[in-house]
Every structure is written in C-alpha cells, then in structure tokens.
Design a protein around this ligand. Sequence first.
Ligand SMILES: Nc1ncnc2c1ncn2[C@@H]1O[C@H](COP(=O)(O)OP(=O)(O)OP(=O)(O)O)[C@@H](O)[C@H]1O
Ligand SMILES: [Mg+2]
Length: 326
Amino acid sequence: MADGRPENVVIDIHGLTKRFGDKTVVDDVSLDVRRGEIVGFLGPNGSGKTTTIRMICGLLRPDGGSGTCLGLDILRDADRIKRQVGYMTQRFSYYEDLTIRENLDFVARIYDLPDRVAVVKRTLERLGLYQRRDQLAGALSGGWKQRLALAASVMHQPKLLLLDEPTAGVDPQARREFWDEIHDLATDGLTVLVSTHYMDEAERCHRIIYIAYGKIVARGTVDEVIQSSSLSTMIVSGRDVGAIAKAVRDQPGVEQVAPFGNDLHVVGPDPALLKTAVEAALAASGSDAVATAGETSLEDVFIRLMQTAQAADQPGNGKAKGEASP
Ligand SMILES: Nc1ncnc2c1ncn2[C@@H]1O[C@H](COP(=O)(O)OP(=O)(O)OP(=O)(O)O)[C@@H](O)[C@H]1O
Ligand SMILES: [Mg+2]
C-alpha cells in the first residue's frame, strides 16, 4: 500500500463541518485516504456519510474546515475536483429511457471526452456491459444498473472513486462481483472511499471509518476497530435460547443479546461479569444449552459505537470511547 508521501495522499481533510439550519450534521471530521486504498465509510442512517462525500468531491461547500482532494483545495478548486473524481451516487441517477450505451455516451459528452465512441466501447467491454449495450437502463436488474453506474463513474478514468452505498439492494453474487471489480481497480492504482451498511463489505476494505451523529468515532482496520472496542462475546448454543435471551438481557454487564439461528450471542465490556451473567441465566433456565467464549463481530462493535454516540450526542464531547488509533 502507498505510504504517506504527499503524492500518495489522495484525500486529506481537517475539521470538516456542515450545518443545515441549526443542525450540525458533519462535525469536525478529519480523515485521510492514501493512493490505492479502499476505505469503508460506515455509520447509521443520517450520520453524515453522504454529506461528507459531497464536500470531499466539491459538490457541497463546507461551513468549516479545510483540506485537499487529489492535491486540490476543496474550497477553492471544487470545479476541478468534480471533473477528476468518479462519484457513484446513493440513488441510481441515469436515464431509464436511454440504453446503457446511450447513457454512457451522454456522460462522455458531459465530461467532453475525446474519442467518445471508442471510450464508450472500451468502457462497455471493460465492465462486461457490451452484450447488453442496447438494453434500456430502466429494464435492468439492480445488479446491472449498479454496473452501469460504476461504468459511468470510471469512464473518464478518475484517480479517486467515491461510492455511496453502491450495492444497496443488490444480490450477493452481484455484490461479490462488484467488489472484485473494485479491488481490481484499486490494484491498478485507483483509490476508493465507499459508504456501506453491509458488514461483509466493511470487511473487504483495507480500512474503515465509522461516523455517528456527524462525528468519527472509530477508525482503523477491521481487527483494530474490534480490538479497540474491548467487547467480549459469549455464544450460547442449544435448545431454549429464546428463554435464556430473556433471562440474560437485564443482567449486569450484558449490553447486547442477539439470536443467530440456534445460537445466542451475548456481548458486554467485562468478560468476567459477562460469564457470570450467562452462567446465572443458564442455571436459572434449567436448559442444557452450553456457553462458550466467541469472537466479537464488527456488527456488535458498531451497535456499541452507535449507542455510545447516541448517549454522547451533545456538543463538545470529543472522541467517543472505542476510537482506535488511525
Ligand atoms: N440538503 C439538506 N438539507 C437539510 N438537511 C439535510 C440535507 N442533506 C442532508 N441533510 C440531513 O443531514 C443529516 C445527514 O445526512 P446524510 O445524507 O449525510 O446521512 P447518511 O449518513 O448518508 O445517511 P444514510 O445512511 O441514510 O444515507 C441527516 O439528518 C439529513 O436529514
Ligand atoms: Mg447517505
């Protein structure tokens, strides 16, 4: 992966802030992304992901903060940034009554690309869309629509791709293919910042950043983020896990109780307290279920972060618990 030399820093923003009315929706956000990295941007609905992405690519002017994107100043050079970044919006934003080829041709005109016909053909081939080039965008399945949107956002060969929930509503195979494509593009030097709500997608990123209520509350590799949460997990397996869930829920030291099929995941910050709580619930239920120590999942950590941020959602609280070192 690229080092921190200036030419390898693709996004570098400090203290980015955006207010809508009297609500601060992005609050003092600083982040950096290096060349060739795939960085996941996660956080609950309304936490400020889309707003941050739009400020990075010059579509929205911040109320505070500064920084660069592709070496250009996000405040002064917004127009140049817009032309050099590939941005896949959260909602499908192409013409449903144009074919795939016509949509790409339209985008190529907007970017004023030379050799338009050849560029469109190359893009169709590169993204596996050539056979479908004459299909109307409106008639495509979710996976093919998303592929068209990706094609349109990489056609002008940007060095940075900003993807806003690119795979929402797309089936697992199409999602996997999409991510294989993203990794191929990153191997060729493209840098990617991608927002998602899917845990498996977070796990395919080199690094993740978690934002809640406009503030970044965790960042690092998936392992770093899990480690820094200091959460422990016990897994209860057997019959009657539903009854055990009820019994264990209000025990001290238990923060989360979630059934996964025939297993129950019980999560808390103190391993000794957690074990005591689970064993007490098992004994009280008379069940023959067994409890073992398990791995804490990224989802458990995110739920913790969301709850912590919710409790701390007041100005001036700074870092929430669990922020890993960058
Ligand atoms: N143009 C706008 N005017 C007023 N409020 C806005 C505007 N755009 C976004 N917001 C508000 O800013 C907050 C952050 O929204 P944003 O779309 O950035 O969140 P998000 O993290 O992308 O959420 P999601 O996961 O649902 O896409 C929300 O409360 C939203 O309602
Ligand atoms: Mg969004």
